[in-house]
Design a protein around this ligand. Structure first.
Ligand SMILES: [Zn+2]
Ligand SMILES: [Zn+2]
Length: 329
């Protein structure tokens, strides 16, 4: 029987462990995907650290690009050999109030890739065909992978930020480097906030068209219409509230954040708002892939072999990554 390799989390706080197991056979509407690339997202780090509770043991990774190696008997929409993307939303129930009102991102009984179903830090993965996305030809495997979460959920966050012209991005990692390109393409002014002292990230942001780059401790040169917070740092919420003008929005884009410190009501007053973005819908995926090809988004990616998944997580934790990290089997 053919074997597959994976990097598996047995217990939070422990390194991922290299395992081999038989290649699974796709059932029902599922696909077997032979993985070519899988991005490493901050959510994977939250899973590994136990900030959020995954179904253990779990193979992390939810930015999968691969080819269809086999189809379950009921799988539709793809053929063997097709290139597919597997995003974070692995399945939604289709019958809850959220699914029935075009908000499957909030589904009551979802499956999330690399969280409640094994993900892409592996040579193979099983994925529900209905939730897989075609990948535009403009992108090779490595550069497409980060689009599947950093890009896609970043794009949803940008939409939730509204139509304003002046947009601040807090935390200039994989998501921000993609969202900045989309927002600049839309004709907006993008202000990038990196960690204090991170001159490389500031220079990187400017090279992508941001009109200003500074540290999260600084005030931007103009009041913002909206701020999107990608860094998992709760103290950025009151900081961003101070940076947005009347009616401005502060969008929290991550799945986990440290506690938000208390702040005076006056900072929220005048119809400023704070909201969070959770997950994605299939429609987000389809729309974003079209936009990404039009811009076209240039993903900056550093490639590591699958076996170095632990090193990849450490580099992400240390903030040493310019753009995105991608694992290749
Ligand atoms: Zn549902
Ligand atoms: Zn992610």
């Amino acid at each position: 029987m053919a074997e597959m390799r994976a990097m598996q989390l047995d217990e939070p706080g422990r390194p991922l462990r290299a395992v081999t197991r038989p290649v699974p056979e796709p059932q029902g509407g599922d696909l077997l995907v032979a993985i070519r690339a899988c991005g490493v997202c901050r959510t994977d780090l939250h899973v590994a650290d136990g900030d959020i509770d995954a179904a253990l043991p779990i193979v992390p990774g939810h930015e999968i690009v691969g080819t269809v190696a086999a189809l379950g008997p009921d799988a539709e929409g793809f053929a063997e050999g097709d290139r597919v993307g597997v995003p974070w939303l692995g399945r939604s129930c289709g019958v809850c109030a959220y699914c029935l009102s075009d908000r499957e991102n909030l589904c009551d009984a979802p499956l999330f890739t690399g969280f409640s179903r094994d993900g892409g830090f592996a040579t193979h993965a099983i994925a529900d065909a209905r939730f897989c996305l075609p990948i535009p030809q403009a992108f090779d495997d490595v550069h497409a992978a980060p689009l599947l979460c950093a890009g896609l959920i970043g794009y949803r966050s940008l939409r939730m930020a509204g139509e304003g012209r002046d947009i601040g991005l807090y935390g200039f990692g994989a998501a921000a480097h993609i969202v900045a390109q989309v927002a600049v393409w839309q004709g907006r002014n993008v202000y990038a906030f990196a960690r204090p002292g991170d001159a490389d990230a500031q220079a990187f942001a400017k090279s992508l068209g941001c009109i200003w780059a500074g540290s999260s401790a600084e005030a931007p040169p103009a009041a913002l219409d909206a701020a999107i917070i990608f860094a998992p740092v709760g103290a950025l919420v009151p900081a961003a509230l101070k940076a947005v003008r009347k009616g401005g929005r502060v969008v929290c884009a991550g799945i986990h954040m440290s506690d938000i410190p208390a702040f005076p009501y006056a900072d929220l007053w005048e119809e400023r708002s704070i909201l969070s973005v959770a997950n994605l819908t299939r429609q987000d995926g389809i729309e974003f892939m079209e936009v990404a090809a039009k811009v076209p988004v240039e993903t900056h990616a550093t490639v590591l072999p699958l076996g170095e998944a632990n090193a990849a997580l450490e580099r992400l934790r240390a903030g040493e990554v310019e753009g995105a990290l991608v694992l290749c089997p």
